[in-house]
Design a protein around this ligand. Structure first.
Ligand code: FMN
Length: 376
């Protein structure tokens, strides 16, 4: 079915998703931390990036393809890791992995997903990236990498912008617990969202299954504590070295926001950097990622992944113009799932590709490589 007439833009998907996802889950998905100033700044600073159109280029079909870490891609965007994805929409990890495989784009799975690497293995395409929140225990770290690799994840992402828990006041007010429980007002909110609730009845109440599988190995875990936070450590530079030694494959460091770190990470031998501020969920006093991007581009020759606040094809072009090699989205895939269920991710991918092509037509740019020269 063609959803473009009814849902031409991401905002249409977001509006519908809000009506189909229970309020406490919505607050987890949609909120940031503090005053949410960084969340807003990600948007306003993207809008300020202007590109110079050029006319009279005749008829052409823009080429959206790119290469990243030695691989060719028809589209320059992919799926960022989102924890508890399957709570946001039932079956999300499988649905997103399947769509990524169909589109030939990367799917990143979070350490704190509701599925284990083994659960999603049958659905993975060739570009499966595993995102690691660094476990404190070296044995757990090694085992996690082994399991991810055996399941078919070929690229390792270490996320470094969650050194400690952030406050996330709106999420807290929403009342989500870990593990999630449908009691009291949350049960009432769930009952108002039958499509979501029916899905959850089929999948069972989502939990951080990979974390749970290690929970017994870690001491002092009480059932009310957040397993995800207890198992992980605040990584340091030595941790990057361990991973570089232990992971045989591309290693990406996610959550880079300053140029000094970027230069040093290149010296450590990582393969790519992921410029991100976690969509404003961690620190409310930093730059938007689009402001940070050119400084990081200037500090390193490593390939750069970019995310935080991308809402359409034009935003993807803006990030590429400022030096990104690949662009990822987190929340939008979940808005799409919330709005259209199984059909959501394909519609979003198509919407992004069409928006990129339309804007490249306006710019008169035939390839992504021409974009930097169009910056104003
Ligand atoms: C609900 C939610 C959960 C997230 N969980 C993780 C996670 O487990 N690991 C991680 O590296 N990033 C996580 N992120 C950050 C995303 O990977 C990504 O950086 C961010 O969502 C990009 O911004 P966007 O949502 O505006 O596209 C999460 C983001 C959201 C919205």
């Amino acid at each position: 079915m063609d959803h473009h007439a009814k849902y031409p833009g991401l905002s249409d998907l977001k509006t519908r998703a809000r009506k189909r996802i229970p309020h406490f889950v919505w607050e987890y998905l949609d909120s940031a931390t503090g005053q949410e100033a960084t969340l807003k700044r990600n948007r306003t600073k993207l809008d300020e990036v202007l590109l110079r159109p050029s006319i009279l280029h005749g008829e052409f079909t823009p080429d959206l393809s790119t290469t990243f870490l030695g691989r060719g891609y028809k589209l320059p965007f992919g799926i960022a890791p989102v924890g508890m994805s399957g709570l946001i929409w039932p079956g999300a990890e499988r649905l997103l992995a399947q769509e990524a495989a169909r589109q030939g784009i990367p799917y990143s799975m979070s350490t704190v997903a509701t599925q284990t690497p083994e659960d999603v293995a049958p659905y993975l395409g060739e570009d499966a990236w595993f995102q690691m929140y660094p476990p404190r225990d070296p044995d757990i770290r090694k085992d996690m990498m082994k399991r991810a690799k055996a399941a078919g994840f070929n690229t390792l992402i270490m996320t470094v912008d969650v050194p400690v828990a952030s406050r996330r006041e709106r999420q807290t007010r929403g009342g989500l617990t870990q593990p999630p429980r449908l009691t009291g007002r949350l049960a009432v909110q769930a009952a108002l969202r039958p499509a979501w609730l029916n899905g959850i009845r089929k999948t069972g109440m989502p939990r951080m299954k990979l974390m749970d599988s290690y929970a017994e190995q870690t001491t002092s875990l009480s059932s009310t504590e957040h397993v995800g936070y207890l198992l992980r450590t605040s990584p340091d530079w030595d941790y990057v070295k361990y991973l570089r030694d232990e992971w045989n494959g591309p290693l990406i460091i996610k959550g880079v926001a300053n140029a000094d770190d970027a230069a040093r990470l290149q010296d450590e031998g990582v393969d790519a950097l992921w410029v991100s501020n976690h969509a404003g969920r961690q620190f409310d006093g930093g730059p938007s990622t689009i402001e940070a991007l050119p400084h990081i581009r200037a500090a390193t020759t490593l390939p750069l992944v970019f995310d935080s606040g991308i809402e359409g094809g034009l935003d993807i072009l803006r990030a590429i113009a400022l030096g990104a090699d690949f662009v990822m989205l987190g929340r939008p895939w979940h808005y799409a799932l919330g709005a259209l269920g199984d059909a959501g991710p394909a519609h979003l991918a198509d919407m992004l590709a069409k928006d990129m092509a339309s804007n490249m037509g306006q710019l008169g740019t035939k390839t992504l490589a021409e974009l930097p020269a169009r910056l104003m």
